[in-house]
Design a protein around this ligand. Sequence first.
Ligand code: ADP
Length: 261
Amino acid sequence: MKSIYTMGIDIGSTASKCIILKDGKEIVSKALINFGTGTTGPSKAIKKALEEGDISMKDLDSYVATGYGRNSIEGITFQMSELSCHAFGAHFLFPETRTVIDIGGQDAKALNISETGMLVNFVMNDKCAAGTGRFLDVMSRILEVDISELGACSALSTEKINISSTCTVFAESEVISQLSQNKNKNDIIKGIHRAVAGRVAGLVKRIGVKDMVVITGGLSPNQGLVEELEKELGCIIYTSPLAPFAGALGAALFGYKKIKK
Ligand code: ADP
């Protein structure tokens, strides 16, 4: 029987993620480019995923777009909301999950999902940079620490430092002041993670924490943030190396589901 190839592209505000799936279960290739909507990021992510999978566009049975910039792309089979895609992608990675926390470049979302991976309820913060990737991007720049290193630095902290400002702009000044007092960067980073975790936990508590809890989105590889979030919510939070791709994965899965209908 001929295999079915479906592609999902998640065009975010900050990054573009692409996944190619075979028969709705096997990941053929994936690509992440740190440029989002309105840039060359989406086309680069698609090209990279096609090359890595040794697949051409005409081999695809479906091509589904999601994310903030999903309307900006041409030639797609259909588009889906990122809420539904993150829910479905997280369900593929962890079939037992009922709560999904998706933290991206410019927003954070908490979703309750059904046992089949469908979206039941959600809350979202897209009004304030605190509690999103943007906050960590700003801090990583002034700390001169790469965004991918923040988690490891946090683990080396020995002294508690609180970042009390809830506004990104004021928190930035607070961090600059801590640095000028020669405070340890690792301690500052842990304080920053605690501040972000507090914001996100407030969001999650509004929809209620239902086990099992999974984190998706670009910030999911940050173990320092995940640990602080676990403390705030009092539960284990599961993640996967594929969690930043959950939206793209969900889109590719919806493409497959529609074909099989
Ligand atoms: P969007 O879909 O809104 O474009 P993503 O979910 O792709 O956003 O998340 C992008 C954010 O992820 C960046 O703003 C950055 O803060 C964070 N990020 C990117 N790479 C890493 C990494 N290796 N470790 C931790 N955080 C990261």
